[in-house]
Design a protein around this ligand. Structure first.
Ligand code: FAD
Length: 799
């Protein structure tokens, strides 16, 4: 049995780092039913404990060590705990961890969960602290006497919390921040300033835009602020700043960030360029070696690159995804990243992803009040939310943020991303944050890649072939190309849909002509030697067949294929073991619309074809998919579409979001070329869907556009690296079609869009073989989701 990454499911697991992520991994493995040996290796003596209170309640003295435990009182994970002994090496080939005391631990899988290490300032004398561990926080607490002056270096979240806690304990506190504006990175300038303003509002001075150059040291007992007890010779007495000033301090806390604790992995061959580089589910480039928590730089499809999140919720939730993937189970959805911070009695919460180009609106409160709800939007859709003392409103907005589906394919593919990052660090162009790479040009031109796509995608997956109404009666058939094969789709005598390879079992001649529609009375007959097959594919006649009684007529019949009837189309899989329809086709719908129900409302199967147009496009099929997925081009080439759907002019496609309907322009009555009224509305749609356009791609070859009165469904038939036939159906209510109502204005709108798109694809295709495109092009932020498609593709053809 294999895990999602294709590695064997392990029989034993060693987890290095016995804290939040390590403990959560062990717990998740047991919850998933893993009953093999689990070993937890921890550098600290302590059983797993929670770090957030270290800068808050524990430092304030309102909770004790016993309140920090992460284990439940009676929890027994049946694990071997090796505590107080750091790991010092890893051999990924043998999965062996070397310990500082000379012992080694080997297991089928190793999970790296060694977290972060607080950054320090050089030359720090006694009295200068960092707070990462329980021992650090206890040492800081022990070092503080009443009234001592404290300088906090760094106004990030941990520094700010420590300042707030110590201010609450009655210490005079000064905050020093090298950046001109605190928290501008995570929150943006305006809102970072709103949070940082809490210091000043509470009487804590903040020195911004000035770096620390050194420490003043007391020459005699009692130097510094003059407070008693810990002051002493050689202890810190102040912080020297770059502007020549000194901030007097008896105690200094340095909160200038943390680095992944991965130095023990030097020489392991793992990519440590951004933490432990791994996939969305935690798989590193070395089979059986995983990473999770603060130290892991997991591939983030939204950013298109490995990404480290140093927050409690991610470290707590991601281990469940890792455990499921390790044991071969699908990983589900991950909520948008989230963190909280408590400062000066204000609960600060942030969820989502910021890229820096969002519009920010204050939905409640005001920046200078410590009470605020701000929403970050892209193309009108919330992508992140910040709350200050607004827990209920915050929760409402948080729930509406898109979650990230974690697909098996992403999990697998991102492994190759991790490998690629590892293999090509010197040659890969470092792109600015806002750009990610496309596929190299060869993917669009190379016949070998096209052959791989045919074999591993189109001939393996579910492929929408014909509309059921194209073969209305027993014996009606149509031939279509699926991958490299010609396929006959037909109905047997009972009217059931059947599909066969269009290859005579005898000597391989085509049984039916290419691209042909017709009806046979009772049987298909090969025009070469007249081998004849009934409508279930069984061999029923051939010259001299009676003289060959040993021939099994089913075995020597036509090769039957798996079929599914869905949305009124016949979906065929050429695979002997077709993938689960639910986990592939339906999951695509769930990923884009959040719920299959959102498509069911349109009752696509019950509609009739009002118009079909077939386009022969001289471009690679992936260019067509990519074009369909983004709207960066809409303002340039789709004047009619952007008139009807003005938000598309902003460059963000409906497919950028989950279940996003693009709103019709004011005054537009229907989805028609001139905005005039369409035909009768589809009765099942939600009130919310009645003036909106939705679009989904069902990989590998179907696009569906949903508007209130019709559906536009495209099926692509990739014929060659540079040629794709696209068959597009406009589906209306049956009575609309039967009555002969004029649907031309509805058809014309998307027909124009199609022609504009396909022309753009044909314009792009020749450049795919240009030397300039050898390494591919780039995707801007509104196109980053196309990166997911590229990952998916590479994962499929790598299998
Ligand atoms: P860690 O908790 O750092 O655990 C890693 C463990 O691995 C440690 O026990 C370490 O000793 C051990 N280790 C390291 N190297 C080795 C080795 N070579 N061999 C064996 N063991 C090793 N997040 C929020 O979202 N909100 C908050 O309010 C918040 N407050 C915080 C306050 C403080 C003071 C700190 C320090 C963090 C805070 N965080 C907060 C962040 C959150 O606690 C971390 O994201 C989380 O602890 C990460 O969990 P982890 O298991 O990946 O790493």
């Amino acid at each position: 049995m294999t895990g999602l990454t294709g590695d064997p499911v392990p029989r034993s697991v060693a987890i290095v780092g016995a804290s939040l992520a390590g403990h959560a991994t062990a717990r998740a493995l047991r919850r998933e039913g893993f009953d093999g040996p689990v070993t937890l290796i921890g550098a600290e003596q302590h059983r797993p404990y929670d770090r957030p209170p270290l800068s808050k309640e524990f430092l304030a003295g309102t909770v004790g060590v016993e309140d920090l435990a992460l284990e439940n009182p009676n929890e027994d994970l049946a694990a071997d705990w090796l505590l107080g002994v750091p790991a010092v090496s890893l051999d990924p080939a043998s999965h062996t961890v070397g310990l500082a005391d000379g012992r080694t631990v080997s297991a089928d899988a190793v999970v790296i969960a060694t977290g972060s290490r607080a950054r320090r300032l050089a030359g720090a004398p006694a009295g200068v602290h960092t707070v990462r561990s329980l021992d650090d926080a206890a040492a800081l607490r022990a070092d503080l006497a009443p009234g001592m002056a404290v300088a906090v270096v760094g106004a990030g979240f941990i520094g700010a919390e420590i300042a707030s806690t110590l201010h609450g304990r009655g210490h005079p506190v000064t905050v020093i921040e090298a950046a001109p504006a605190p928290l501008a990175g995570p929150l943006g300038l305006e809102l970072g300033a709103a949070v940082a303003a809490l210091h000043v509002a509470n009487g804590v001075p903040v020195r911004c835009g000035v770096g620390v150059t050194g420490f003043r040291v007391a020459r005699s007992t009692g130097a510094g602020s003059g407070a008693t007890r810990a002051g002493g010779h050689g202890r810190v007495s102040g912080v020297e700043l770059a502007d020549g000033t000194v901030v007097p301090a008896d105690v200094v806390v340095v909160g200038i960030g943390a680095d992944p604790a991965v130095d023990w992995l030097d020489g392991s061959g793992l990519d440590l360029s951004a933490g432990v580089v791994c996939t969305e589910v935690g798989a590193t480039s070395a089979p059986g070696i995983w990473a999770v928590g603060d130290c892991s730089a997991w591939y983030d499809p939204c950013h298109g690159r490995p990404h480290r999140i140093e927050h409690w919720t991610d470290s707590k939730e991601r281990p469940a995804v890792l455990a499921r993937a390790m044991l071969g189970r699908t990983a589900g959805n991950l909520r948008a990243p989230y963190f909280w911070s408590d400062q000066y009695g204000v609960r600060i919460q942030f969820a989502g992803r910021r890229f820096g180009d969002e519009q920010v609106t204050i939905e409640a409160g005001a920046p200078d009040t410590g009470d605020l709800l701000a929403v970050y939007r892209r193309a009108g859709e919330p992508v992140a939310v910040l709350g200050m003392n607004q827990p209920s409103l915050f929760t409402r907005y948080r729930k509406a943020l898109p979650s990230t589906p974690v697909h098996a394919v992403h999990a697998v593919h991102a492994r190759s991303v991790a490998r690629c990052h590892r293999r090509r660090p010197m040659t890969t162009t470092v792109l600015p944050e806002s750009l990610i790479s496309t596929l190299p040009g060869a993917y669009y031109t190379d016949p070998r890649i096209f052959a791989l796509e045919q074999a591993r995608i189109f001939e393996r997956m579910w492929f929408a072939t014909v509309r059921g109404s194209d073969i209305p009666t027993p014996g009606a058939f149509r031939t279509v190309q699926v991958g490299s094969e010609s396929v006959i789709v037909s109905r047997n005598r009972r009217g059931e849909v059947r599909a066969f390879l269009n290859v005579c079992r005898h000597r391989g001649a085509r049984v039916c002509d290419e691209e042909f529609t017709g009806t046979v009375e009772r049987a298909f007959q090969c025009p070469y030697h007249a081998w004849t097959y009934d409508l279930d594919g069984k061999l029923v006649a051939a010259p001299n067949l009676t003289k060959m009684p040993d021939i099994d007529r089913v075995v020597y019949g036509l090769r039957s294929l798996s079929v599914r009837d869905w949305l009124g189309y016949v979906w065929v899989s050429l695979s002997d073991e077709p993938p689960s329809f639910d986990e592939t086709v339906m999951q695509e719908v769930i990923d884009r619309l959040g719920d299959v129900g959102n498509l069911d409302h349109y009752d696509v199967a019950g509609l009739s074809v009002g118009r079909r147009i077939v386009y022969d496009v001289m471009a690679n099929w992936k260019l067509i998919i990519e074009n369909f997925m983004e709207c960066y081009h809409c303002a340039t080439i789709h004047p009619e579409l952007t008139e009807v759907l003005p938000e598309f002019a902003g460059g963000y496609a409906a497919q950028y979001y989950v279940n996003h309907g693009a709103e019709f322009a004011e005054g537009v009555k229907g989805f028609t070329v001139d905005g005039s009224e369409g035909v009768d509305l589809l009765p099942g749609i939600d009130p919310d869907q009645d003036r909106k356009y939705y679009a989904i791609t069902i990989k590998p070859q179907v696009f569906v556009n949903m508007v209130p009165d019709h559906i536009i469904l495209h099926r692509m038939f990739p014929m060659a690296p540079d040629r794709t036939v696209v068959e597009c159906d406009w589906l209306f209510l049956p009575h609309v079609v039967e009555s002969g109502k004029d649907v031309s204005r509805s058809v014309e709108l998307f027909d124009r869009v199609n022609r504009q798109d396909f022309e753009a694809c044909e314009r792009t295709q020749p450049s795919m073989s240009s030397r300039m495109y050898t390494d591919g092009g780039v995707l801007v932020p509104s196109e980053h989701h196309i990166g997911l498609f590229h990952e998916w593709l590479k994962a499929q053809i790598a299998r």
